[in-house]
Design a protein around this ligand. Structure first.
Ligand code: CA
Length: 227
């Protein structure tokens, strides 16, 4: 086998699901560490430096949402793919202050989970050309360093928030439809709902606060304003 694509941490208490994810991810060249409760998962996420985390929401110990919160509060922005058995948990998973990058509802196909992991890694590992930061209003976004400054202060965005903002800022003033944003940022518009876009936009707005450059165009989509 060629060199490892990195370690994926799977936090899942249902052993058959964990086993099949391990098999599929290993086959794709990832290293895989499985933890079956929230506390062990949190500890592994902090010590093993995985490239991505597949995080079940319903876990013994502490649930997946609290694991994610703890990681983000600790300044750890490893991409997280949530697994949930309940569609009504999606807002909570992707909601304000949470910082999940994507979610998949059970039952899922392991192939799809692997595709999602690859997608999130592709998005976080994009090779950029040295064009320097793009500035719109008080927001400065640098695709090379993947850093965002807000009124001169660095702020933390999840991989997905960054990609969404990067795409909006690629053409300031242009209105992007939710479908355009989905297909560019998530890359599989037929699977993820447009609500995902709205939730991530809301998170960005909350982070930008009074310097928020995002404009909602009712019935169409979103743009960023030219300063
Ligand atoms: Ca579970």
């Amino acid at each position: 086998m060629s060199e490892s694509k990195g370690l994926v941490l799977v936090v899942e208490d249902e052993k058959p699901i964990a086993d099949i994810l391990r098999m599929y991810l290993s086959r794709e060249g990832f290293g895989v560490q499985v933890e079956s409760d929230g506390i062990a998962g949190l500890s592994a996420a902090k010590t093993l430096h995985p490239v991505a985390i597949i995080l079940d929401v319903g876990l013994p110990g502490i649930d997946g949402v609290d694991v994610c919160k703890d990681l983000r509060n600790s300044g750890i922005w490893t991409p997280i793919l949530f697994c949930t058995a309940r569609d009504d948990e999606v807002d909570r998973i992707l909601g304000l202050e949470m910082g999940g990058d994507d979610y998949i509802t059970k039952p899922f196909s392991p192939r799809e989970v692997v595709a999602r992991v690859k997608s999130v890694l592709r998005r976080t590992n994009l090779v950029q050309t040295g064009a320097g930061p793009v500035v719109v209003g008080e927001v400065s976004l640098d695709s090379d360093t993947r850093r965002v400054l807000l009124a001169g202060e660095e702020i933390s965005l999840t991989a997905t928030e960054f990609d969404l903002m990067e795409y909006l800022m690629s053409q300031p003033g242009r209105v992007f439809s939710r479908d355009q944003l989905l297909s560019h940022v998530w890359g599989y518009s037929s699977i993820v709902g447009t609500r995902t876009v709205d939730v991530h936009i809301a998170q960005l707005r909350s982070k930008f606060g009074k310097h928020d450059p995002i404009r909602t165009v009712r019935g169409v989509g979103y743009s960023v304003e030219i300063a």
